[in-house]
Design a protein. Structure first.
Lengths: 591, 591
């Protein structure tokens, strides 16, 4: 019975924290919930617009998913819901399949959330979270920055009252510039004013509040609620000046209700078309969410369980699919605000859901006159903080391969699209890694005088012996590099008349696969024909375990030495008896 | 002027050997050419049939390509032409695009040879021969064995006078078994007799010839010419008994002429459909050819240049495309015979081409009554020697990953097809490699007493210190494993109250990429918060070069030690002053 209890708790972290819940925790959670709710209202509406959906979908996508995450999530403060990059990916993938604005579009978005939920859940149950590790930092950084630029560019149209036409960011920007004279004046004024106000709130409001005597944390939180102020002012302006009659696009009537019960489509053609986008959205969303969760957990000396996070995000996306939403994940800004506002447990998320449900019921009438240009401005301000071009400079300084990955991810994302960008980045980073391991570094080493340490003859002042060539192979021996290494070694030894022994120092050889074993047999054979003996030194335990049952070691012309120093002493006759006895003792396996 | 001469010679190895040509060389080359020609006549006809083409295409595919290879090839004895696996791949890929037996089919085969020639030439000029290294031994062995089985199974129909219907090997075998009563009796008798004769020639003829007093080499060569005997006998039987009137399929009238001048198709749809097959055929053909060439070159202490081989095979395939052939490569059997018969230079190839041209002009009338069942039998005997199932056993004994690769390559090749088989094998072997490097082995090490050598505490009797944790990371640090290693290290240190220092022994770390650098910074930060210092030891030159300009080493809580022993002495206060001075001197870079 106990084992079962543990197992249920493993899948339902809520059981852990709920029974230690008390009044102090409640106070912290409630405060955080109020602040996050205020922040989320405009954000949810804006991201729904970014995803190409009616504004209420953003509210719905925040309510049920937050509740489900609070049951299953292992992070105490992560806040899930629509986020910029995932909303952009939703728009990109659904837009390829269905015309925006149709009923099929919303259903396709639900289906995408459903598939994404299944992928995440499956990865969590099968403990496949490690797959996300194949997204390198350069790929993620390049992708997020490029997505930020894409999103910001896509919002220029709504901010000036023009609908950009054409495929791809460049074509749309060209269209906007060419047609700027057709922009709607009042819309452009509202857009510019909103943008200016929001930027000022980020930059200027906090110092002002501090000068007015507010504490740093309170000032921070008030600034976070700033967009609500902008939204209220802009809506009031539209209402007072009747701007909606003068061409300013507004969100329009929003139903006053709780999230509806919806069903994703089970159309196989649609599912096939959305499967790859769903997998990519899941991966990107998971990486974003986990990195936020880990950063915040570390601040409180807590840890999160990535596989449990997969389960929780899967549940959240399934919730979005059945409650009128679209794909969601843990968002950076909202989680930070939740954390800073004092959230102690996932109950804060449940209270936020409650707040948003109340907003859906009672605040929606006031949203009808909210200008879309203001929502676009909130998106622009939010995503520009994602753009960090310093990664280009940093990766260039560190390694060309990392730079190439960043550059490829960014340019493909910007010029072709988000899915192609992620795949190009992952593909290129893996290919570059494989390429590097296929032409490994090999160092000719000698003994650091007076020590048992062996280093590169070109970098250190070391002892060598003309009869003994010691090569340190700086890579595992596997099929992709084994022929390269064979040629390299044969080229090095040919014509060296004094040579008698070739020692491969295997301290960096973590694996010898079957292809490499066969090549080693051949190499030994060729060296033997040239009158040379092949030896191995410092072969690691796991590699030795694999070689031991084969015929290779018995047939090899030379020996296997535990340490490079032992090989040196034996082959050059320079070691003392004492040295050798000690190394021989090391062969005795412990236990 | 001299540099130019060298560069021309690099691309045209013929300039090297042609001016040292003398009478003795000529004698060797001529003998080899006669024997190879006799062997190639039935083989060329049979492989054309396997590729789904009229028999003369096999002769044509041998003539011009051999000539071109003799100009560009770097191997002295490699014989190019149609080979079993490449012919099978040709049939598989052309058959997917065009109906067999139509005029379009032959054109598609020419186009495939053309594309394959372009791919090879391009790879050669760009020195991309290393790409072939990504085909591991298990993939190649599995693919060749499975292809052999596929080909043998495909020849059962012709050997019994039935045309197998259905997609895939299993369906075709089932069809043959169900319809065996519709087989043609005389055809089956000829097929069975040819097969028996050919097998006996391989097994029984050589010992007999030896007993009759022939030398080992002469007996070998006579056995190789055996299939011609079978062909002559079978043709005579058809002629004498009028079997072609009794349902025995014969090759029929073959034009009496030299290779025609043909043009590949430039239809873009066709080119797009054949591009991937052409690339795969090029890779497989290149690997087969180079391994034959290397094996034979090694016997004579010669070397071949893989990039030059690409150029030569590219030229040979282009030749095949413009002279009525289909994709070709260096064949194992014919090259061995060429070598054993005493070929000294590629001129032997030119003479072989001459012999085959004469055969096309004067021997073709005699081929008209050659039964297809006999050709099928020669194919079966030739390909069964390719099937080597011992690779399954060997790979199983050595490593599960290699076994999985062999098994996947074989089963996908047999059940789905040749292209899918190669791709599944390459894909799986790369994924398994990446998976293994993403969860590397980490050993906790201690000092082998009395030495400066450090080994796994679970395998060796070593000294340790409760204040110092030494972890040997058995893999390069890169994006796919960096988060895994971070968790592993943090888990190991948490709760270990005595611990003060964590040393990462980097002897097996061949690279630290940008993702790993960022993770190391974070790890150092976390360890620092826990009151621990992070140190690195035995960082290799190339890795150190990259780390040195970054801020990481300056900000790191601990130090970088040249050797693990130095780290041990400093951190445990157990070293002698003498020890430390010597290690400090090692820091001085040579040169």
């Amino acid at each position: 019975m106990r084992a079962r209890g543990v197992s249920v708790r493993r899948w339902l972290p809520v059981l852990d924290w709920a029974r230690r819940y008390d009044r102090a925790t409640l106070a912290g959670d409630l405060t955080a919930a109020v602040i996050v709710t205020v922040m989320l209202i405009p954000q949810s509406l804006a991201y729904a617009m970014l995803a190409g959906l009616p504004p209420e979908a953003g509210l719905y996508a925040s309510i049920v998913p937050i509740l489900l995450y609070s049951l299953f999530g292992s992070s105490r403060v992560l806040a899930v819901g629509p986020v910029a990059v995932v909303s952009l990916m939703t728009a990109a993938s659904v837009g390829q399949v269905v015309q925006a604005g149709t009923a099929g579009y919303a259903t396709a978005a639900l289906t995408l959330a459903f598939l994404s939920g299944l992928v995440l859940l499956l990865m969590g149950v099968l403990r496949l979270g490690f797959i996300a590790n194949f997204l390198s930092h350069p790929v993620i950084a390049g992708f997020i920055s490029a997505s930020g630029l894409l999103i910001a560019a896509s919002q220029i149209g709504p901010m000036v009252g023009l609908k950009a036409e054409g495929q791809g960011m460049v074509a749309q920007l060209v269209f906007l510039i060419e047609n700027i004279d057709r922009a709607n004046g009042p819309t452009a004024v509202i857009g510019a004013a909103s943008l200016a106000a929001l930027v000022w709130m980020r930059r200027g409001l906090k110092p002002l509040l501090r000068r007015l005597g507010l504490g740093a944390r309170a000032a921070d939180l008030l600034v976070r609620a700033g967009p609500v102020g902008a939204v209220v002012l802009a809506t009031a302006a539209v209402w007072a000046l009747g701007l909606d009659q003068r061409g300013v696009a507004v969100t329009g009537a929003v139903p006053q209700r709780l999230p509806p019960f919806t069903l994703p489509s089970l159309d196989l053609t649609l599912i096939r078309e959305l499967a790859l986008p769903a997998a990519l959205i899941s991966l990107i969303g998971f990486v974003e969410s986990v990195s936020v969760g880990q950063t915040l957990a570390a601040r409180r000396r807590q840890r999160i369980d990535p596989d449990q996070e997969l389960v929780a995000l899967g549940a959240a996306n399934l919730g979005a699919a059945f409650a009128g939403g679209f794909p969601v994940t843990g968002g950076f800004a909202r989680s930070v605000v939740n954390h800073d506002a004092g959230a102690e447990t996932p109950a804060a998320g449940a209270f936020t859901a409650l707040g948003l449900a109340l907003a859906s019921l009672f605040l929606t009438p006031f949203i009808a006159l909210l200008p879309k240009a203001t929502l676009a401005a909130t998106i622009v301000v939010a995503v520009l903080s994602l753009v960090d071009l310093s990664i280009l400079k940093r990766s260039w300084a560190y390694s060309r391969a990392d730079f190439a990955t960043v550059a490829a991810t960014m340019s493909v994302t910007l010029l072709v699209g988000v899915e192609a960008g992620v795949m190009a980045g992952v593909g290129l980073s893996l290919l570059l890694y494989l390429y590097r391991t296929s032409r490994p570094h090999v160092a000719e080493v000698g003994r650091v005088p007076g020590t048992e340490h062996f280093r590169n003859i070109h970098r250190f002042a070391v002892e060598t012996d003309p009869r003994v060539l010691i090569l340190r192979i700086d890579e595992s021996l596997y099929f992709a590099n084994t022929r390269y290494l064979e040629s390299l070694i044969l080229e090095r030894v040919s014509g060296d008349a004094a040579l008698r022994h070739v020692v491969l120092m295997c301290s960096a050889v973590n694996e010898i696969d079957l292809s490499a074993l066969e090549t080693l047999e051949e190499l030994d054979h060729r060296l033997h024909e040239m009158g040379l003996k092949l030896h191995l030194a410092e072969v690691k335990g796991p590699v030795m375990d694999r070689l031991a049952p084969t015929d290779f070691l018995r047939q090899m012309s030379g020996q296997v030495f535990v340490s490079q120093f032992e090989a040196w002493c034996r082959l050059t006759d320079r070691g003392t008896t004492q040295d050798l006895r000690q190394h021989a003792q090391a062969r005795v396996r412990a236990g």
